[in-house]
Design a protein around this ligand. Structure first.
Ligand SMILES: [Zn+2]
Length: 304
């Protein structure tokens, strides 16, 4: 018996507007669990790749671990890996097609002991997102809830280790369910795979480059490029004459420092220095003086 739910998605458009989309979401009593321990393989329709029978535990990576450490999870030594649909979707939406295809290929690869569990279609695993709940928190909560269900579904016979980068989740869920452990990915590698040096090295280098990226973005945040203005402000500014609309042409020989702006409705070109770090055709700008055009305040990708 299918159960129907309505899933509300809030999408932000390029124009900065928020779109509310309601999608029908159907839940099933059983979806393939792909475990050889399944007590109802016919109901689960486990006709694809199954997890290996000889593992000591299953490991379920949280969404952030799948996003950041997929290359480590690809190590064939890591067995009994269950990728939750919630984590896979987080990769698809936030890491792009290339990384998502890598994950799909890994799931298809018969040599690698990992499976997909469509937790968001299973009626006991699906959790609606609470009002005001951050997407990241909901994803982690869903994955944990599904891990607990999976543990009971296998009749508590296989310990499950959920690996997460969320400290709060480790505190909150760490000792909530007997048989379901919640620890950091680093902790997992240290304790379960202490001799898998290549995986440790790769994990360290990924962590290192992530920290560098974070420091870099903190250093530049808000300094080099001011925040873009909301669409309503731009529209009002154009109407009142405070902003001017134009088309940007970047000088390909001096792309870092020079761009030309053709003003809307004018045949002549106004030139100015700005930061052409964007691929925009239309922009809105402030005229500072006759010779210099300052477009730092108000860029947008709209055909206004
Ligand atoms: Zn099953």
């Amino acid at each position: 018996m299918l159960q129907k739910r309505e899933k509300v998605l809030l999408l932000r458009t390029f124009q900065g507007r928020t779109l509310r989309i309601v999608r029908e979401h159907y839940l099933r009593p059983s979806v393939p669990c792909n475990s050889p321990l399944c007590p109802q393989p016919a109901a689960c329709r486990n006709d694809g790749k199954l997890l290996a029978a000889e593992v000591t535990h299953y490991v379920i990576p949280d969404w952030k671990v799948v996003q950041d450490y997929l290359e480590v999870l690809e190590f064939p030594e890591l067995k009994g890996v269950i990728f939750m649909q919630t984590a896979c979707q987080a990769v698809q939406h936030q890491r792009g097609r290339r990384q998502y295809n890598k994950l799909r290929n890994l799931l298809k690869d018969a040599r690698h002991d990992c499976v997909l569990f469509a937790n968001e279609f299973q009626q006991h695993c699906y959790l609606p997102r609470e009002k005001g709940e951050a997407m990241e928190k909901w994803q982690t909560r869903s994955i944990y809830n599904s891990a607990v269900w999976y543990y009971h579904h296998c009749e508590d016979r296989m310990p499950i280790v959920m690996v997460t980068e969320d400290e709060e989740a480790i505190q909150k869920y760490g000792s909530e369910t007997e048989g379901v452990f919640v620890i950091s990915f680093k902790n997992y590698l240290d304790n379960f795979w202490p001799d898998l040096k290549a995986a440790h090295d790769l994990c360290d280098s990924i962590l290192q480059s992530r920290r560098e990226r974070e420091t870099e973005s903190q250093e530049t945040h808000g300094k080099e490029y001011p925040e873009h203005l909301p669409l309503e402000v731009l529209e009002a500014g154009i109407k009142s004459g405070r902003y001017i609309q134009g088309i940007l042409n970047v000088n390909k020989h001096r792309a870092q420092i020079e761009a030309f702006v053709r003003l809307h409705g004018a045949s002549s070109k106004d030139s100015g220095r700005c930061h052409p770090h964007f691929q925009v055709t239309f922009l809105v700008l402030t005229l500072c003086s006759e010779e210099s055009v300052n477009c730092h305040a108000a860029l947008c990708t709209l055909g206004l």
